[in-house]
Each structure stands twice: as C-alpha cells, then as structure tokens.
Design a protein around this ligand. Structure first.
Ligand code: APR
Ligand code: PHB
Length: 395
C-alpha cells in the first residue's frame, strides 16, 4: 500500500500547479489523472493571465517561457455597433494582463514536474476518494488492471467540473448555484496574424457577441456566439469568417485577415459554484468547485488563486502544525470566486444577444457607452479584468 501527504486528483492546471508548489515546500504528493498527458496537453483554452497568476507561476518556477513568449496587454477593447473603444487597464489600476495560452502553461507545468521527478499516474481509472471525513483518508484507483490504494492526509480535488471529487460529497453537505446560458461560443484558432495584436476585443453586436483574441503575433483566436444546438460541422470556415466580419465594427472588419482553421469547437457557457469548497480532508480547487462563462477570462485565474490559498494553507499545516489556513480555505476562496462570478456574469449579460427585445439592446448599449466613457465605469472594468478588485476580496 502506498502513502503520500497530499493525493491530488486531476492533472489540469490546478492539479499540476498545486503539485509543483507543494513539492517546492517539501510536501510529498501524487497526482492521479484519468487521461493521457497528450490528451490533457491538447485541450485548447483561454490564455489571459492576471498579474497575480503570472506571479504564482514565477513562484512555482514555471515562468521562463511565459516571460519570453507572453505578450503584455495594457488595455482591452470593447466594441459595440460601429464603436471600438478601449479600457486602459494600466492607467486605471497600474496592472496589466499577459496573453499566454493555457496549453503552453499546461506543457510548462508537465515539464517542471518531470524535471523534479514528480509522480503523476496517467490513465488512472475509477479514481475514488474515500474516508475523507475520517482521520485516515485514501484514494483507490485502477491502473493496468490492478487496483491500488493511496493513503494520504489530504485529498485535493483538482478534477474539473465533471470530476469525481465534488460528486463524492454527500448531497446534503453541498449547496450548488448554477446559471446555464441559452447559447454557446463557436471558437476558431487560425494562423493569420491577430486583427489587433495589442488587445483582446469583446464585441457586442445586434447579431450577437464576438471576441477577437490571439495566441501569438501570428496566431489568432476568434469566437462568435452561436446557438446551443448548432453542430460545429455545419460551420464552414467561410461561414464563420463571414458571420464574424458582420459582427465587427468596420475598424476591425476591414483589417481582418482570415485563413484555414486549425481548430474549431463549440463550448457552452455556464456559471456554477459549489459551497463549501472543503469537506473534512477533501479540498476542491479550480473547475471542480466553480465555473465561469469565459467572457471575463477568469477560469484559469480563479483556479490559480484557489491553488495559492491551498498551497499556503498546507505549508502552514505541515510546517507550523497549524490548521488555521485549512479551516479558512473555503471562505477565503469563495469571496473571490463570487466576485469573479459577478464580473463574468455581468460582462456576459452586457455583450450577448439574449432576445430580439429592442429595449434590452438599448440598455446594453447605454451601459457599454457608460463603462467606456466614464472614469468610474472604466475603472471598475479594469479592476475586475486585471484581478486587482479580486485580490482585495481575499482580505
Ligand atoms: N479521475 C482522475 N482525473 C480526472 C477525473 C477522475 N475521475 N475527472 C477529471 N479528471 C481530470 C481531467 O482529465 C483533467 O485533466 O482532471 C483534470 C481537470 O482539469 P481541468 O478541467 O482543466 O480543471 P482545472 O485544473 O481546475 O483547470 C481550470 O481549466 O477548464 C479550464 O477554464 C478553466 O482555465 C480553467 C482551468
Ligand atoms: C481566448 O484567447 O481564448 C480568450 C480570451 C479572452 C476571453 C476568453 C477567451 O475572455
């Protein structure tokens, strides 16, 4: 029978970053992942890092490539109708964001764990957290046809929204909050240079939402709001570019360079929070505890914030024999989570088409006008987008 201090379930960004930080603090851990490394590394997700997330990657020693290849953005674009406005992040908050794909972070984390000889069990089947409400928690799993038991002090549930950890908690011990939006995002990754290499631009149009983003100076990422029942196979590249162009103000539509898609997929949008984030020795972190719609680019940043609080609490627990940080974990994380939920929800409600209701549309445009032309309005967007207002929430 094997034993470790912290059993980490899931090798996404949350699980690997936690594993790395714990290892650096001298805390023994094992990561159990259902999929292969290749599968985990090929998932394509957002790539806007708050400064606090970038700082945590530095602390974890996985910042070399991010510092070389990441692109610092000091503003975001907000376009509506023919207007293309900008919110100056740095002028309002002193902070900026870094564009560096989550796929790259995932790769850097795998390399870092390998370099330090970390244990990651890939293709672990039937991973089951057990006895986490007792003093002797354990995790069982199957690998190559054999059943294994991993005894531990703490189980970290970093297994995403569809994972086993949250589902293992008795229903009566958990309160969940959820909003499912009535549309999805159709995303395309392509190799023409981004239409604006200096900003991520959120576009609210009478025809629906669009987003112009990037991965590098030569790789673009675009999204358009689509119907939930749309099939990605029905969307040819030409149809995608055509619809995108129709939603952009001419200042962006004209310079837009199109090309063959490298990846095309539809993602649903959801707001979700499970409370509390701790049950005895089981701690949920990242997408296993909460989901935000991608509009505010908060998913990865929230996951990193949870991991920072958990890694520090575990260092205090093992180093100083003090469990105060672990006791405070859920409340500390949730305050930030709810603020990020609010911002992501607000930006989603403000920029997407929910109906043909003209009054509703005028309200959206009036609010976008206010947020982009008033100091107070712009500052509130900048504080939330950079995460400055969310840091404050941790107290
Ligand atoms: N057993 C073992 N591993 C599992 C199980 C299970 N039963 N269920 C899920 N996993 C693994 C998944 O295969 C995945 O690799 O857990 C990992 C969870 O990773 P993510 O879904 O990426 O979640 P997280 O690490 O919290 O990352 C949050 O990712 O989804 C984005 O927008 C989100 O940026 C945010 C970040
Ligand atoms: C992306 O680049 O994929 C991206 C950027 C900003 C978002 C969401 C996704 O809010």
């Amino acid at each position: 029978m094997a034993r470790t201090q912290v059993a980490i379930i899931g090798a996404g960004p949350s699980g690997l970053l936690l594993s790395q930080l714990l290892d650096l603090a001298g805390i023994d851990n094992v990561v159990l992942e259902r999929r292969t490394r290749q599968y985990v590394e090929s998932r394509i997700r957002a790539g806007v890092l708050e400064q606090g997330t970038a700082d945590l990657l530095t602390r974890a020693g996985v910042d070399a490539r991010m510092k070389r290849e990441g692109i610092v953005h000091d503003h975001i674009g907000l376009a509506f109708g023919e207007r293309e406005e900008r919110i100056d992040l740095t002028a309002h908050t002193g902070a900026s964001v870094i564009i560096y794909g989550q796929t790259e972070i995932q790769h850097d984390l795998f390399e870092a764990r390998a370099a330090r000889g970390g244990t990651i069990v890939f293709e672990a089947e039937d991973v089951t957290p057990l006895d986490f409400d007792t003093a002797a928690p354990r995790v069982t799993y199957r690998k190559d046809g054999l059943t294994h038991t991993l005894d531990c002090d703490v189980i970290a549930g970093c297994d995403g929204y569809h994972g086993v950890c949250r589902a293992s908690v008795p229903e009566s011990a958990l309160k969940t909050y959820e909003l499912v939006y009535p549309f999805g995002w159709l995303g395309v990754l392509a190799d023409p240079p981004p239409v604006s290499p200096h900003a991520v631009t959120y576009v609210s149009n009478d025809r629906g939402f669009a987003l112009c983003s990037m991965r590098s100076m030569s790789r673009s990422r675009y999204y358009i709001q689509c119907a939930l029942e749309d099939d990605v196979a029905q969307w040819s590249d030409a149809a995608f570019w055509d619809e995108l162009r129709r939603r952009l103000p001419s200042s962006l539509a004209e310079p837009l360079v199109t090309g063959a898609s490298i990846e095309k997929s539809i993602a649903p949008l959801r707001s979700f929070v499970a409370e509390p984030m701790r049950f005895g020795a089981l701690f949920l972190a990242g997408d296993s505890a909460h989901i935000v719609p991608p509009t505010g680019a908060k998913g990865l940043n929230l996951a990193a914030a949870d991991v920072r609080v958990l890694a520090d609490a575990l260092a205090q627990f093992y180093g100083e024999k003090d469990s105060a940080g672990l006791a405070a974990y859920s409340d500390r994380c949730l305050r930030r989570v709810w603020r990020a939920e609010r911002f992501s929800w607000q930006l989603t409600m403000l920029t997407h088409k929910f109906s043909d209701d003209d009054f509703n549309r005028r309200m959206q445009v009036a609010e976008l006008d206010y947020l982009t032309s008033s100091e107070a309005g712009a500052k509130s967007v900048a504080e939330n987008y950079t995460g400055v207002a969310l840091e404050a929430a941790e107290g």
